[in-house]
Design a protein around this ligand. Structure first.
Ligand SMILES: [Ca+2]
Length: 273
């Protein structure tokens, strides 16, 4: 999803969950997951002394007509000078069955070509944070590329937004993941999910790992050095560092010598010129 000031983002948050076996979610290979209990703080996402959120335009919308009219009214308010975020909740137990939601989505995309995107809830909040100059998950940014020192398993599994898919490598063959954000950002937080977060035995969690950041991909600065780890999820906030590249090294894997990363989030803001 390219971040573009010409686009309005119209997510159907509940619909995507509920319509899982239908067209709306086809092409997704996992479910968006929110495990808020794993987060000790979200200090980086506070704006005006509150955690930022987007209010639902309509909670529990039940009719096609209601949704369509509301969306048209909201789009008419859009000044097109920047992205406009709209969140709706749809009650699919009445007439707004999943296929009807897909129909509404297709009609609006046809009516407003190149102006509307329907996105998953996690992308919605990420794009909203980015637009409001708050830290957002750079690993989810469309420009971000990821490579692994051993790509026997797909390194993208480490940044697909769910701990249920893992990047795995023989620790003797390769133990690094490198992210290239495509541009420099002020990076300030790492959330890393280990094997236990994917439902595997916690003894397979990486024991020691390192986060390094770099502006140029050559000179690296060690930001986080974690030893004797037993946690399923690590959450590290640090003074912001301007970086285009991030590298995670598994220095000591879990008990079977397999490096595993279930998912990584790296939060940062757009660097000031
Ligand atoms: Ca994953």
């Amino acid at each position: 999803m390219k971040f573009n000031s010409r686009l309005a983002y119209l997510p159907l948050l509940t619909a995507c969950w509920m319509a899982s076996i239908f067209d709306l979610c086809q092409g997704q290979n996992h479910w968006p997951e929110n495990r808020f209990a794993s987060y000790p703080s979200v200090a980086g996402s506070v704006a005006g002394n509150r955690v930022r959120f987007e209010k639902l335009v309509i909670p529990y919308a039940t009719t096609y007509e209601h949704l369509q009219q509301s969306l048209h009214a909201e789009i008419a308010k859009w000044d097109r000078n920047g992205p406009y975020f709209l969140a709706y909740q749809v009650n699919i137990w009445k007439e707004m069955k999943p296929r009807r939601i897909v129909r509404l989505m297709n009609e609006l995309k046809q009516e407003f070509p190149e102006q509307i995107e329907f996105v998953r809830a996690d992308h919605f909040f990420n794009l909203s944070n980015q637009a409001h100059q708050l830290p957002f998950n750079l690993a989810m940014h469309p420009e971000t590329q990821i490579t692994a020192s051993d790509d026997a398993s797909d390194p993208k599994s480490a940044i697909d937004g769910t701990p249920n898919t893992l990047w795995t490598a023989d620790a003797n063959e390769g133990n690094q993941l490198t992210l290239d954000f495509g541009d420099a950002y002020e990076v300030e937080r790492l959330v890393i999910r280990h094997a236990g977060a994917a439902g595997l035995d916690a003894s397979l969690n990486s024991k020691s790992f390192t986060l390094k950041l770099s502006r140029n991909g050559t000179d690296w600065q060690t930001i986080v050095q974690a030893d004797d780890n037993t946690s399923n999820v690590g959450d590290y906030e640090f003074p912001s560092v301007a970086a285009r590249f991030a590298r995670i090294e598994i220095d000591e894997p879990g008990r079977d010598d397999q490096a595993r990363i279930a998912d990584v989030e790296l939060f940062g803001k757009t660097a000031q010129p």
